[in-house]
Design a protein around this ligand. Sequence first.
Ligand code: FES
Length: 166
Amino acid sequence: MEQNQEQVANKKEHDEKLARLNDVIGEFKGQPGALIPVLHKAQQIYGYLPEEVQYHIAQGLGVPLADVYGVVTFYSHFTMIPRGEHNIAVCLGTACYVKGAGELMNKIGDELGIKVGEISKDRKFSLEAPRCIGACGMAPVLTINEEVYGRLNADQLGELLQKYKQ
Ligand code: FES
């Protein structure tokens, strides 16, 4: 019974998201350069761009699926991996690694109970490990959503994460 309710809720959520995506496609269809803004909005709706969403967009806009896939994989802004409400990216490039990024990563993973590429059960956090985000002078660096935090040590993490847990 409980499972049925969950299935109904999931289906409702799925239908609502699809309706919003269809509205976006309808709004941009036929306009030059429509693909990127549609992908951007689709990622806002779904949190990421799974294959079925890319396929739906390709069909809806009448563009080849390969073009959609090409754009999604070219721009680092787009992701095919689910992201949490707060996406944490701990840079594991060389400059950051030698300044303790590995320790930061371990501590965050323990604190949130997730590994790289995973999303927390409550969907609040996801964890990524990019290689150099171009801020080596501030090593070790991590980003949470659009915010960049540099010269961090493991002792500062608790307070930082607390801000995003609320
Ligand atoms: S290695 Fe981390 S920002 Fe460059």
